[in-house]
Design a binder for this molecule. Structure first.
Ligand SMILES: Cc1cc2nc3c(=O)[nH]c(=O)nc-3n(C[C@H](O)[C@H](O)[C@H](O)COP(=O)(O)OP(=O)(O)OC[C@H]3O[C@@H](n4cnc5c(N)ncnc54)[C@H](O)[C@@H]3O)c2cc1C
Length: 419
């Protein structure tokens, strides 16, 4: 693997030898990188450098965060989970307890933002801008910003022994493929485990009435849709309790996906794939007839493969061997957090990334914790989160398949395995 080198801003490159505090390099200032930074900034024995290539936060898509992020007690955490049995099976009670105790230590400025975001949907760039403003406004321990696109080589050059590197660069992670020493590379897909679930159209729109939809509603509003089914997830927006945000998924084939651009509007869909558009429109007409509302603005449609993936190694622990002693990652632990570590298609990813950020911050906040132990604990925690996401995503996919075949007894039996 080769890396291109972009010169780092003078402040970051020069400050390496001058610091006395432990340096943390957070690469990527999306929601998760900003959350990690906001969690670590109050620790006065750390000096945090945040690398972000974008000059402005412009992603307006609406996202939903899970209320379990602010659970004040173990009881509340358990009660809020939609996959509570999986959580019980995978995590020890002490781990759940530890997570809740950490939440109680989150500074009030950050906690009040989390409380706001876990009510309904809110725009992604609101989350990014508010976190960025919060980090800038804090009086003590300013964060150093590097406004550039960094390469893996840049990071390896700038780090010093004992620095911590946190890669939050998203799905196409900057460092994921660098976490396996050359001598250990045996998998064709490098350091990524990929599970393809389906191709889908993801349709989003705002609706000017408070509206909700359970499984019966999803079934009956699709009754005249023999082929394409529009399966919505609905919640109010965080800004206005009377406006609903709807995200609907329509399953399509890989051939259909290949014939579509990555994003388009309702009109393009009507013109090019009228049957798929018809399924959605029949559904929306029924919502309107029931609740007497209107769509605000236009529909936004994206065509994406819904994949599940994880980093086989979410840390640099493979470098802690005698053969790797000369590699920069042998002496500076690297952690993947957010979409760089695990990606789930049915949209709980930011909450998952925030939870991993909280866990990592709880480890970094223990200055006496040996690095090897920190790497092992984070690796285990990320793997457990993956198991949880995998089980939940497979269950959703299976339930969707069953839903689509529910009126065809033989197709339905093909999909289930009883014993
Ligand atoms: C249509 C759609 C709807 C979604 N809805 C939801 C939802 O409702 N709830 C939810 O939880 N998730 C949702 N998601 C997923 C969510 O947007 C992602 O999980 C989330 O953005 C991941 O955050 P992140 O910080 O890990 O990575 P990203 O958001 O990808 O941020 C990575 C950051 O790193 C920066 N970066 C990358 N490389 C470099 C480099 N070399 N140098 C410097 N900077 C770099 C990028 O500029 C970017 O700012 C949705 C996704 C889509 C596509």
């Amino acid at each position: 693997m080769t890396a291109t080198t972009t010169p780092l801003p003078a402040t970051v490159a020069a400050s390496g030898s001058e610091h006395s505090r432990r340096r943390v390099h957070v690469v990527g200032g999306g929601p998760v990188g900003l959350m990690v930074t906001a969690l670590l900034q109050p620790l006065e024995w750390l000096s945090v450098v945040l690398y972000e290539q974008r000059a402005r936060y412009t992603r307006t898509r609406m996202v939903h965060l899970e209320p379990y992020l602010i659970a004040p007690s173990v009881g509340a955490y358990r009660a809020i989970q939609t996959d509570g049995d999986d959580v019980e099976a995978i995590f020890d009670p002490s781990e759940v307890e530890q997570g809740v105790v950490f939440r109680r230590s989150i500074p009030p400025d950050l906690m009040s933002l989390l409380e706001e975001w876990t009510v309904g949907f809110c725009p992604l760039n609101d989350i990014e801008q508010s976190l960025s403003d919060l980090i800038a406004a804090r009086a003590s321990n300013p964060v150093e910003h590097s406004a550039s696109t960094v390469s893996a080589q840049d990071i390896m050059t700038v780090i010093e022994p004992d620095d911590i590197v946190i890669d939050c660069t998203g799905r196409k992670s900057l460092l994921r493929d660098w976490l396996v020493p050359a001598s250990e590379t045996s998998n064709a897909d490098g350091n990524t485990v990929n599970v393809e679930l389906e191709f889908a159209l993801v349709v989003t729109f705002l609706y000017d009435q408070n509206y909700s939809c359970n499984e019966l509603c999803k079934y009956y509003k699709n009754a005249e849709n023999p082929h394409y089914k529009f399966i919505p997830s609905v919640a109010r927006t965080s800004h206005d309790g009377n406006v609903s945000h709807v995200t609907g998924i329509i399953h399509i084939t890989s051939d259909e996906a290949a014939a579509m651009p990555p994003h388009f509007d309702g009109e393009w869909l009507r013109g090019n794939f009228p049957e798929a558009a018809g399924s959605m429109e029949r559904f929306i007409d029924k919502i309107k007839a029931e609740t007497h509302g209107e769509i605000i603005g236009d529909l936004q449609v994206i065509c994406i493969p819904l994949n599940l993936y994880r980093a086989r190694n979410a840390t640099s622990r493979l470098y802690r061997t005698a053969e790797s002693v000369d590699h920069p990652f042998a002496h500076s632990p690297v952690f993947l957090v957010g979409d760089s570590a695990v990606g789930s298609p049915y949209f709980q990813s930011i909450s998952l990334g925030f939870e991993c950020a909280m866990y990592l911050a709880s480890l970094v906040a223990q200055p006496g914790l040996p690095t090897g132990e920190m790497l092992d604990l984070y690796e285990t925690h990320t793997y457990k989160q993956w198991l949880r996401v995998y089980m939940r995503s497979k269950m959703i996919k299976h339930d969707k398949d069953v839903f689509e075949a529910v009126d065809d007894r033989y197709a339905l039996l093909e999909l289930i395995h009883l014993y």
